[in-house]
Design a binder for this molecule. Structure first.
Ligand code: MSP
Length: 527
């Protein structure tokens, strides 16, 4: 146990202009799997998520729905964003809303400090702005469609702004940022995002407009209440206002710096603007920024505005929460784009979960019942094939932890899955049903059944961060609850052999992943 290791992980905070789709859920699940892994390793873990509620986009959505922005945000948080956490089983430690008083007041403290220290000045902004992205745009980032300049992401015309704004002296941090990326090569991951950002910063950084005065849905600039803070500038600060910046120095020191999981589209804000802001305030930069890829539907980034949005519950209603988590974490290389299709989801569900893992679990429990009256037998005289399983388990546990350390969730699952495959192969080769026919091979049968049971024990521990529900059922079924709750099993020791005690009584196990052909057809129809 390494309780002195601190692991603070965040998701982006989500805009409340609309309801969540599976792209948002993807980010949440990734951060949650990493958090659960570290928690189970005994690290001092904190998972933060929340909502981004200020700015023009939310304001306009509220007005279009005949309400005020705060009421709109309250409704979306209560009806969509908090329920999402249940739908996909997120064990977050905190949920911050940028309309929380704790956020608003700490943002003002932070800004006043930057202002007092000379990092903010008043200037004139003239340029383009995309309300969909809530982002200032350069001309070369826009497309020309029918004479209009449109945002390449949202496909909608950008607006031309000409305002007196406050500016943050971001240009002063170019050299320090480059030095950061070079001295800490894993600060931005994956490599493709790191390269893109390095290139962007090397071209030179402009100062950043950090206030708006043409609308008032935002946090007031403390020294000039006719301006509100630019939504991105304050949104980034949620990562520190939530853990006590300016109010609770002890907690802040305990948690910060953290690891940010974000989509690659918002990696620049996190790897350029945010560290520069922190540097100006004399605070530590984040530990790491991981920019994951996009979920694509029909070859395009899935999005509500393009009507390709799929609600997470469309999937979990049919396949269950664990399958949702497993599918997105294993089928997509974390850091690359991945195409979603119902066909791929149901094929993997059936092959890997129903036939692979689920069937293995049912078979083992059934054999303990059939051959040993429901009591895990004691092993004796391990042979090479058994020792090979022990090595597979030890290596899988070690490789998975190393992959998680690098935030590569799909590689961790791949490593763990070697146990599923090896155990299934082992059962085929060892033929316990043949060993059961003669009393001469009773001891051998006991060793084989113990080996597969102990393999299941390791699988439950290692897969618990990815599939908390199914593994909890399995834990109970193999009688391992006598060892304590599954979520408290030290995950970095999951590969040690001989943890499950002979004589333990197994319990009934319903199918962990029932087949879903019928329902897939129904889901197809809903599309
Ligand atoms: N509010 C900002 C983030 C502020 S963080 C200080 C924001 N919100 S968002 O709701 O638009 O997006 C949140 C996250 O969802 C981003 O990381 C974004 O990359 C991710 N995704 C949105 N669509 C996605 C896909 N189709 N695929 C994967 N992730 C996607 O940006």
């Amino acid at each position: 146990m390494a309780a002195d290791r601190s692991f603070y992980i965040t998701t982006p905070i989500f805009y409340v202009n609309d309801v969540p789709h599976i792209g948002h859920a993807y980010t949440e699940v990734a951060a949650d799997v990493l958090a659960r892994w570290h928690r189970q390793a005994g690290d001092d873990t904190w998972l933060l998520t929340g909502t981004d509620e200020h700015g023009q986009k939310i304001l306009r959505t509220a007005v279009a729905n005949d309400t005020d922005p705060k009421s709109w945000a309250d409704r979306l948080v209560a009806e969509a964003w908090l329920p999402l956490l249940d739908t996909i089983d997120i064990a977050n430690d905190d949920f911050i809303r940028t309309t929380d008083e704790r956020h608003e007041s700490a943002v003002q403290v932070f800004l006043q400090k930057l202002y007092d220290d000379g990092f903010i000045y008043s200037g004139e902004y003239e340029g383009y702005y995309c309300v969909g992205c809530e982002e200032y745009k350069q001309k070369d980032e826009l497309l020309e469609v029918d004479g209009d300049l449109v945002c390449a992401i949202h496909g909608r015309p950008v607006e031309v702004l000409k305002e007196r704004n406050y500016f943050f002296r971001m240009s002063e941090f170019q050299d320090r940022l480059i030095e950061l990326y070079e001295s800490q090569p894993d600060f931005i991951q994956p490599e493709s995002v790191r390269n893109e950002i390095m290139h962007f910063v090397k071209q030179g950084l402009a100062d950043l407009s950090i206030s708006r005065s043409s609308f008032d849905w935002g946090i007031k600039i403390p020294w000039d209440e006719s301006h509100v803070v630019y939504v991105w500038f304050e949104a980034l600060m949620n990562y520190i206002t939530a853990i006590g910046y300016g109010t609770d120095d002890v907690n802040f020191a305990r948690r910060w710096p953290g690891t940010h999981i974000v989509g690659k589209d918002i990696a620049r804000f996190h790897a350029v603007v945010w560290p520069a802001t922190l540097m100006a305030a004399g605070l530590e930069v984040p530990k790491r920024v991981f920019g994951h890829g996009w979920l694509l539907v029909g070859g395009e980034k899935m999005s509500k505005s393009k009507l390709t949005g799929i609600a997470p519950s469309d999937i979990t209603d049919t396949f269950g929460t664990d399958a949702f988590r497993f599918y997105f974490m294993s089928a997509i290389h974390f850091g690359q784009d991945g195409s979603f299709s119902w066909e791929d989801l149901s094929a993997r569900y059936n092959a890997e979960l129903a036939n692979g893992f689920g069937n293995l679990a049912s078979r083992v429990i059934a054999m303990v019942n059939k051959y040993f009256d429901g009591l895990i037998p004691a092993p004796s005289g391990y042979l090479d094939a058994d020792l090979a399983i022990q090595r597979t388990v030890a290596k899988a546990a070690e490789d998975a932890d190393a992959a998680i350390e690098r935030l590569l969730i799909n590689e961790a699952i791949e490593a763990i899955w070697t146990i599923v495959d090896e155990l299934n192969g082992y059962i085929t080769v060892q033929e316990p049903w043949v060993l059961a026919k003669s009393s001469d091979t009773r001891e051998r049968l006991a060793t084989v059944i113990y080996t597969v049971s102990e393999g299941l024990r390791a699988l439950a521990v290692l897969l618990s961060p990815v599939m908390p529900k199914a593994t909890a059922k399995l834990w109970e079924a193999i009688g391992a609850d006598g060892l304590g709750p599954l979520t408290e099993q030290p995950i970095r020791e999951a590969g040690s052999w001989g943890v499950l005690q002979p004589g333990t009584a197994v319990r009934a196990l319903e199918a962990l992943f029932p087949r879903v052909e019928q329902d897939v057809a129904a889901a197809d129809e809903r599309r």
